[in-house]
Write a protein that binds this ligand. Structure first.
Ligand code: HEC
Length: 120
């Protein structure tokens, strides 16, 4: 019974420490400048290109485009990009057919890119 108690106290300690640890760290370190070429393109490629790459569009022509600077910028301007990744009403939630969003820091990076004028 005693060892059991210690075990739970240790577990509780680890839990509390990790909560405190998370609170002290800033959520995401955003670079001062977010550009398409350096930051957004690789991110979109990793998280969205399984469905939104040029290759995919060659096979399935009807989908919303997202594979290059011009088409991504267009979706940034009309609100679909942020609407989709933050799961706002009126947009198809992305990643498609997943309940989870992409990670908070990636969303923050994309939001900053859109808000700072979508630099190439
Ligand atoms: C599993 C495949 C898949 C993945 C992964 C995916 N998408 Fe999509 N995306 C789709 C489909 C399918 C549509 C709907 C296309 C249509 O109906 O024309 C879509 C539509 C969109 C739209 C338009 C939404 C609207 O309401 O107008 C945006 C913006 C978008 N995707 C962005 C993204 C971004 C950014 C990512 C990566 C974080 C992503 N998608 C990942 C399949 C996917």
């Amino acid at each position: 019974m005693k060892t059991f108690n210690y075990f739970f106290k240790a577990l509780l300690g680890v839990f509390i420490l990790s909560v405190i640890g998370c609170k002290q760290k800033p959520l995401c370190e955003l670079p001062t400048e977010v550009t398409y070429t350096q930051i957004i393109a690789p991110l979109i490629e990793a998280k969205c290109f399984m469905c939104h790459s040029q290759e995919v569009y060659k096979r399935k022509a009807s989908r919303t485009k997202i594979y290059n600077y011009a088409t991504l910028k267009e979706m940034g301007l009309n609100g679909a990009l942020l609407g989709a990744i933050t799961h706002q009403k009126g947009f198809v939630a992305m990643p498609f057919r997943k309940n989870e969003k992409i990670d908070t820091c990636s969303i923050a990076l994309i939001a900053k890119w859109v808000e700072t004028g979508m630099k190439k």
